[in-house]
Write a protein that binds this ligand. Sequence first.
Ligand code: CA2
Length: 146
Amino acid sequence: MNLLLVHGPNLNLLGERKPEVYGRTTLLDIEGDVAAAAGARGAAVLCFQSNHEGGIIDFLHEQRKLADGVVINAGAYTHTSVALRDAIEAITLPVVEVHISNTHAREGFRHRSLISPVCIGQVTGLGRGGYTVAVNLLLDHLGAGR
Ligand code: CA2
């Protein structure tokens, strides 16, 4: 199985600021966790981060026939991007949405996700550990062995 791990805007700065919200984990730490969780079940992971909506959409389009599933933390685009929602629907791959913080316990504008309806599941508020949950959920969905 080939999985994609996609991060949206500002998540390249993880670990540098706002530790009270996002912890001290860096993006590299998360990418390592996901690679390890996937590797334990025989899957490979391709990691990508962009601060640009179109960059994320282009990446999903380019990889749509090479990948089996996607774990995505779309950052603020979660709450704003119809284009990303349409891209997720268009690629017809199973996608799991992840948020490090509990978006439902934060400002009202973070409570709505435009991408949730086209994802197979959402993991929110579990911090760094949420990514391992998401990978296992995705691999279970894909029928990968344990
Ligand atoms: O909790 C999450 O994972 C979020 O997707 C993070 C997004 C936020 O817009 C979503 O509502 C929830 C923001 C990521 C910003 O990352 C920063 C990293 C370091 C310092 C400041 C922001």
